[in-house]
Design a protein around this ligand. Structure first.
Ligand code: TEU
Ligand code: CA
Length: 563
């Protein structure tokens, strides 16, 4: 197995708007981030993935960029960015930027030019088509955030494609001039000294020629066109070109966000000899339980499903390629609420079990801000309290049309809205959780009074200190990074058990995903081993260290070195 710093690293994601407000205007900012770097150093992480900080009108909180070479007004100045970068580097922390180049903002200078006339030099930076004969959008694709993926522009009597909101027009990667612009702006940031890119929906950039209609479901107005733009025909050419032109010239970390990517495709994206990317974020495990209206009507999910998905990825990328490991991010609900229990009596054991499970898989782990103190989902009573454009559009499309009742929709929102991950980080029990001295742009989860960083740092037995221990463990034990993964008990609905093996060393990882007390009895393949040493766990020992029968308490996790 080829060794690499980015395989050994632990990444921490910052969603700047919700991380720390440095100037009291209620919006997190760069000064706020800089003020918390000591904290991140103490936690022990190696890399920060910074969600977008570029100039943006914030239709989608910075994922709609109007100037790729400048900083969003609310977040501060380029000088403050440079200070943050320097201060991070001084502490041995690298910065990975978000690269959002499937689309720009409609307020980007390129688009403002492009929409002026059909022969404008920037016209082909975007995807324009005339309407259908007899009227209407060029095809029937639905936007990821609801409604048609096309917007009519009267000035030139044509439509432009937007797979996200109408303020996020898709860029035309067929155009070599556009690709050159992207490589140049990447170089601009790399020359500043940043350490990598997380690439937003990067597997959407190559569309099938002709942009054909997708199959319409009965009664639906629009259709999901994924088969015509996910992992499209020229995607590997583009990524190899990007690698040749830019990435190969810098010692960087790269991860491509890829909804709809399968493990077979991930091998092509991350295979060492392919010179594309290092890792992808797939969505298979975070989509478990999606129902009739996707995440808004969630069904219960089974542990066997989750294990099957994660194991397929572990085995699939075992020889070549590399996994990214995550439970949550700024688009997902909070990990404890989604995958274990956020009931206060189980919150510590849930959060530490999930952390252990994730960090003991093979791959590079990503911690989402607040996860390290066990922050939970929020349940605002009123739709007025939500800010996320996806949530608000879905409410309009589903509750507004009677497809779901208000109560059903609010239940879906409470479980899965992106705003669950976007309420501000809870730093202390001061007003607004110490996030701001002003009025926060989105309300702080009211549980900040007992779930907060200050509390978690003071308590040596907290989730926070458990994360620190896990990270330290990774630094000291190459088996956590490079060891082979092997699943045990694949049909068990309560216990997630697996081994990691590196040369002569073997570790056993046990995770109880249920609120029941369950018995683990070692399967055949472990018959010749004994539990040599408990490496980490989230309960006091109960003395049953014989592999034949281990009683796991609710959400208990244990990692043993086997002898
Ligand atoms: O997300 C891509 C994406 O597919 C999400 O819309 C995701 O499917 C959804 O949130 C889950 O319901 C990326 C960014 O991470 C997201 O914040 C942006 O809104 C989106 O791209 C557009 O840039
Ligand atoms: Ca601010």
């Amino acid at each position: 197995m080829t060794q690499a710093w980015w395989k050994e690293a632990v990444v921490y994601q910052i969603y700047p708007r919700s991380f720390m407000d440095g100037n009291g205007d209620g919006i997190g900012d760069l000064a706020g981030i800089t003020s918390r770097l000591d904290y991140l150093q103490e936690l022990g992480i190696d890399v920060i993935w910074l969600s977008p900080v570029y100039k943006s009108p914030n239709d989608d909180n910075g994922y709609d960029i109007s100037d790729y070479r400048d900083i969003m007004d609310e977040f501060g100045t380029m000088e403050q960015f440079d200070t943050m970068l320097e201060e991070a580097h001084r502490r041995g922390i690298k910065i990975m930027m978000d690269l959002v180049v499937n689309h720009s903002s409609d307020e980007h200078a390129w688009f403002m030019e492009a929409r002026k006339s059909k022969d404008n030099p920037y016209r082909d930076y975007y995807i324009w088509r005339p309407g259908r004969e007899g009227g209407g959008a060029p095809n029937n694709w639905v936007s990821c955030f609801g409604g048609s993926a096309w917007e009519y522009d009267a000035q030139t009597d044509e439509y432009y494609l937007h797979l996200f909101t109408r303020k996020q027009p898709d860029l035309n990667w067929e155009n070599p001039r556009l690709r050159r612009e992207v490589y140049d702006l990447m170089t601009f940031w790399l020359d500043k000294g940043i350490d990598g890119f997380r690439m937003d929906v990067i597997n959407f950039i190559s569309k099938v020629e002709g942009l054909p209609d997708a199959a319409l479901q009965e009664g639906a107005e629009y259709a999901w066109g994924g088969e015509y733009f996910l992992n499209g025909p020229r995607i590997h050419d583009y990524l190899q070109e990007m690698n040749r032109e830019v990435l190969s010239r810098y010692p960087v970390m790269t991860v491509g966000e890829m909804p709809g990517a399968t493990v077979e495709e991930a091998k092509l994206y991350t295979g060492l000899q392919r010179n594309e990317l290092q890792m992808v974020f797939h969505f298979e495990h975070v989509n478990v339980g999606d129902g009739k209206f996707g995440k808004w009507t969630p069904n219960p999910w089974k542990l066997t499903e989750l294990k099957a998905i994660l194991s397929k990825w572990q085995y699939g990328l075992r020889e070549d390629g590399w996994n990214s490991l995550y439970w949550s991010n700024h688009d997902q609900p909070r990990a404890v609420s989604r995958f274990a229990s956020d009931k206060e009596e189980y919150r510590f054991v849930s959060a530490t079990m999930l952390a252990t499970c994730l960090h003991l898989h093979q791959g590079t782990p990503y911690i989402y801000q607040g996860e390290e103190i066990g922050m939970t989902n929020v349940a605002f009573d009123s739709i007025e309290d939500y800010r996320d454009v996806e949530t608000l559009n879905a409410y309009r499309d589903l509750a507004g049309t009677g497809k779901l009742t208000h109560e059903q929709m609010m239940d879906g929102i409470h479980q899965r809205s992106r705003d669950n991950g976007r309420t501000p980080v809870q730093w202390s029990n001061a007003p607004h959780g110490g996030f701001t001295t002003g009025t926060p742009w989105i309300a702080v989860n009211p549980n900040f009074t007992h779930i907060n960083m200050e509390q978690s740092r003071q308590d040596p037995d907290s989730i926070y200190h458990y994360y620190r221990a896990l990270i330290r463990l990774r630094k000291a034990n190459p088996i956590m990074v490079y060891g082979d993964y092997d699943l045990l008990l694949e049909n068990d609905e309560q216990i997630y058990a697996f081994t990691r093996t590196l040369d002569a060393e073997k570790w056993l990882v046990l995770c109880n995903f249920s609120d029941q007390t369950v018995l683990f009895s070692a399967p055949e393949e472990l018959a010749s081993y004994t539990a040599d040493q408990l490496i980490i766990g989230n309960y006091e020992s109960n003395g049953d260290e014989t592999l034949g029968s281990i009683t796991l308490r609710p959400y208990e996790t244990r990692v043993y070195r086997l002898g």
